[in-house]
Write a protein that binds this ligand. Structure first.
Ligand code: CA
Ligand code: CA
Length: 226
């Protein structure tokens, strides 16, 4: 009896553990700014154009995602992007401080810069598609370009920790540091381990006739309760 009980508890414990190394949300711009997987909040646009599976943005026409990360401190983000003029000066890529601070992740002279800690590295190409990805785990922040580690830094001040993220939107503290380009996708993961995973589509919705039938049955049920 005790053995059975312990076994049941173990099984329940495993089932209750959070899913790890999974793609959680995928913004593919196929039908708008929503999550292709149908589970996450939609992106907010600052004026770019969604067309043909691509989000095209000029300076200060980026995106915002609120409460789309699995945690404000532990997350992984994968972005399919073509950048225009990433090679001159600062171009803000990720802002976690409500655009009130100059701190954040930039493309700086064709490198990835963790501004606030003065750490940079890697190579950011111009006018060709590439994958930019980041992970924050504990307070260790890492960034990759096409799967090659560009830079890593600890983030003890939590300047890259928030569930309100601005993409390609510069701040008001030191402005004039925006990027233009186009996005193939923005994908949100638990950890970097699932980078490269393609999204699964949500279940096919019921045809309209079935929805009407169910609504009718629900109406009958309501009538009977009176
Ligand atoms: Ca700035
Ligand atoms: Ca796409």
């Amino acid at each position: 009896m005790r053995l059975w009980f312990a076994g049941a508890c173990t099984a329940l414990g495993l089932m209750a553990a959070p899913a790890q190394a999974a793609l959680l949300h995928s913004y593919d711009f196929t039908t708008g700014l929503g999550d292709t997987m149908g589970t996450g909040p939609s992106l907010t646009s600052f004026g770019g154009v969604v067309s043909g599976g691509t989000y095209t943005f000029d300076l200060q026409e980026g995106l915002r995602l609120v409460n789309g990360l699995p945690s404000s401190t532990d997350y992984a983000i994968e972005i399919g992007i073509t950048a225009v003029d990433s090679v001159s000066g600062y171009n803000k890529v990720l802002d976690f401080l409500g655009r009130s601070s100059d701190f954040g992740i930039y493309f700086y002279n064709a490198a990835v810069e963790a501004y606030g800690y003065g750490v940079n590295g890697g190579f950011v190409p111009d006018n060709v598609p590439f994958v930019f990805s980041v992970e924050r785990s504990g307070n260790l922040f890492s960034a990759w370009v096409n799967g090659v580690l560009a830079m890593t830094t600890f983030d003890p001040s939590n300047i890259y920790a928030s569930n309100d993220v601005h993409f390609f939107m510069d701040d008001s503290a030191v402005s004039g540091e925006a990027l233009a380009g186009s996005l193939d996708y923005i994908r949100i993961h638990d950890t970097s381990a699932s980078f490269g995973t393609e999204p699964t589509l949500p279940a096919v919705p019921l045809p309209a006739s079935a929805v009407l039938l169910l609504a009718g049955l629900a109406g009958l049920g309501a009538l009977r309760q009176r």
